[in-house]
Each structure stands twice: as C-alpha cells, then as structure tokens.
Design a protein. Sequence first.
Length: 340
Amino acid sequence: MNSSLYQKLLKLPKVELHNHLEGGSMYPDLALKFAKRNGITLPFRDETSAKDFYSFTSLDQFIDILRTTVSTLNTAEDYADAAERQGVEAAKQNILYHELFVTYGLVSRRGVAWEAIVEGLEEGIKRNREKHGVHTAFICDLDRTLPEPTALEHVKLAERDREKAGIIGIGLDCQERGYPAIRLKSSFDYAKSTGFRLTAHAGEDGGPASVWDALRCGVERIEHGVQSYEDPTLMKHLAEHQILLTVCPISNIQLKVFPNMQNHSIPKLVEAGIPICVNSDDPPMFDCQLMDEIIAIEETFGFGEDKLVDMLRNAIKFSFMDTQLKETFLQNFEATLSEN
C-alpha cells in the first residue's frame, strides 16, 4: 500500500465492530500470564510455540484451540486485563470505539461466575476510557451449541447487567454447521423485546443458508457473511436492505473459507452494493490487526482511497452506538478526512 494512503487511513478516528474479547486478547504473553495466575498449563510456553499451536485448517478446529486458550479466563481480574489489552491494541491504530463480542457459553460450562465477568467488563471499560481514550462496548454472543433454555438465561443475565457491563447487543457465534440460528430464535425475540441490538455470525462456514437463517431471527447485521455471494437473491436482499457484513479477510483465508486472498468474495460484495466494513476478528490468533486487513485487501484488489474510506465509515454508520455518539464520531471522521 502507498505509504501516504496508509498514514491517512491510520490517522482517521476508526471504529471496529468484529473483534472477540476472548480470542482477541489471547496474545501469548497474556494467555501465559492468565495460565500462571490460575494454575493452568497451556500447550505452549512462548510466542514461537504459541504460533505453532495457533495453527488450524477449519473453523471447528480453530474453535477447539480457542476453547483451550480461553480456559485461562476465570476471574474478574482476567476479564479486566483482557478488555484492557484490546484497548491498548485499538489505541495503537486510532480505533477509538470498538464493539467486542463476549461469549459466556465459552466459560459457563466450567463454572465461571457471570458476576465475575460483569465486574471485569466494567473495569475494562473504565481503564480503556481513562487510560487509552477508547470507548468499549460489548455484544453478548450466544454459543450456537447451547440448549435454548440456557441461551435465554444468558440473554436475561445480559439484560440484568447491561448498564454496568456496557452490553449493547446480543449476537451468535461458534460452530455454524449443525447448529442453525433458528434454534435460538426465541432468545433473539426476547432480546429484541428488551431493546438489545441483534447480530449473528453467519455465512462463514454455513453458506448462504446460514445467512438467511440468521436474518429470520431478526438480526440487523451479519458477522462475516462472505459466502453470501453464492446466492444472487441473498446478495440482492442484503444490498436492498443495506445489511452490513463485517468482513474479516485474513481470518477467512487462514480458516480456509477461501484458498487465498485473490479468491475472496469482497469485490463481489462491494460491486453488489452491499455495505461492508473490515475487521480483525481475533488478532493474536490470526496474527493481524485492522490495519493489516486494510493493507491486505488494498494490495490484492486495489480498491483505492474512496472505497477504503467508505468501508471505515460504514463501521461507524452501522455500529450499535447511540445516535448522539454516532453523530459525533461521524463528524470527527469527516473533519479528520478533510484535514488530510
């Protein structure tokens, strides 16, 4: 990428919408710190051996690896440190607002108390705002494999502590195949009735059918959605209804959704008029950051400044932040853009 363009995009006040608290904070040093703190032995001992461990060829295998590292997250202190690490990394890229997924289903089975998570999220929000100038909000993702009553219980916990823990939405993640979103539709219906914003991981491993399934649950945006290009009717629907896809290109390549970046569906999605934004998914596990994603797609497809800026602007426009904050972010974004 042209150096001047890179610097211009780096200076813009950015928003990231698709980043997971758990996997996104599992930098080897932090994971090992948590493991030592909690008396857990991980299958790696340093950054080099962690890189070997963080090798996967499918979404399901990736999730198995993720569950191993996330076993180190157990206390309020762990969650506060994890959230702050996300704030530190965001500030380096001038990401001033991010929505982080937190998936209670990843840790609830082993007895981690929801109250500890809430305490940690609250502290993480405070540290990021006061120390790093980053506004952090959380989306509680439902583990697709959960029984419906358990998923509903998790929504109700999020509802109870939404203000304290900065929870603004309900999402859906983990294994797509075999676990359609519609299984948990009643949980989404309840979440919507309480005013939560709705989203879901779909179309990463389950094809266009997975995206349609998520849309039937009333979600407002789709996390990934990159397999939508296989269904022209779906593409038209996403464009007409301006449903955002939060695309994570490097993640998609490493998880073998596409064989290489040249075969990625981003150009087809953009050409169809579907709004997209670019995100890092789980930075330490994919060895990338948001700016790395931007470099990768620009060097591959040559979108140019206007389209890249539009993708960054989309992250603000389609975020779940409140109207007043969104207007402020958009004004600052446009002002910074005009100055450069």
